[in-house]
Each structure stands twice: as structure tokens, then as C-alpha cells.
Design a protein around this ligand. Structure first.
Ligand SMILES: [Zn+2]
Ligand SMILES: [Zn+2]
Length: 135
């Protein structure tokens, strides 16, 4: 089981099982929502994701018609997003995990929107457009 929490500790969650994939998204929306060069996102089955504290603190913002981004209304930490295209998944923000994750990122995506100060120069696979199927 993996555990995660927001910056203020008000929102806490647990994931049954492991994370199997991490994608680093450089799109302008993830940059703004995270305040940095990219967001580290991991798909998790909805049925394995449990908010165990602070559900009342969670708020969502629809960054597009198809995507809701959930964050702590007290401290602003991004927690997860949900896309209409993958209603059975949440895409957690890996930086909020408290548990060791045990894997490294798999790829970058939406580098077509990366910031000009982004220093990404590793050898991970790169995708210019939306990530490969999130399943
Ligand atoms: Zn918080
Ligand atoms: Zn993004």
C-alpha cells in the first residue's frame, strides 16, 4: 500500500497496490497547476484509490471540459486529476506521495508545450502529444 498527503496534511489518501507507470507532463496546464517545469503523474484505478482524511477539503477545477483537477483547498497541493476519457482512473500527482514509489519515470509527454527554461535532457522516451493510453 502507498500513502500520500497534501502539504498541510489535511488530505490523506491510500493506494492499494503499486504504481506501475509515471509520466512527466510538460503541458502548460500542468506547469501552472504545479508551479514548476512539469508534473509527475501516475494512473491509478479508481477502485484502488481511497481518500482517508480531508475529503471535505478537496476541491476540483475543470481545466478543460474533459478534465477535473483535484487539490487541497487549504494548502493548494494538487492531488489528482480525472479525465472523462478514462473514468475508471485517477491520475495522482506523484510528488504528494509519502511512501517510496519504487519505480522511476517512464517517459515525458507534451514536450511540445515545455517552458523555455526546462532543462529536461535525460534519455527517457518522449511524446509530443498526449501520453499513450493511460490504461
Ligand atoms: Zn492541504
Ligand atoms: Zn499536463
Amino acid at each position: 500500500m502507498l500513502k500520500g498527503s497534501c502539504l498541510c496534511g489535511g488530505v490523506r489518501y491510500e493506494i492499494d497496490g503499486e504504481i506501475t507507470r509515471i509520466g512527466l507532463c510538460h503541458c502548460s496546464m500542468c506547469r501552472k497547476a504545479s508551479g514548476t517545469a512539469f508534473a509527475a503523474n501516475a494512473p491509478v484505478s479508481q477502485e484502488h484509490f481511497h481518500i482517508v482524511a480531508g475529503e471535505d477539503l478537496l476541491r476540483s477545477y475543470a481545466s478543460s471540459e474533459a478534465k477535473q483537477r483535484w487539490f487541497c483547498s487549504n494548502c493548494g497541493s494538487p492531488i489528482y486529476s480525472r479525465s472523462n476519457a478514462y473514468p475508471h482512473l485517477v491520475r495522482i500527482r506523484v510528488g504528494a506521495l509519502d511512501s517510496p514509489v519504487g519505480i522511476k519515470p517512464d517517459y515525458h509527454y507534451l514536450l511540445s508545450e515545455k517552458a523555455d527554461w526546462d532543462t529536461t535532457d535525460d534519455a527517457l522516451p518522449r511524446f509530443g502529444d498526449p501520453e499513450p493510453s493511460a490504461d
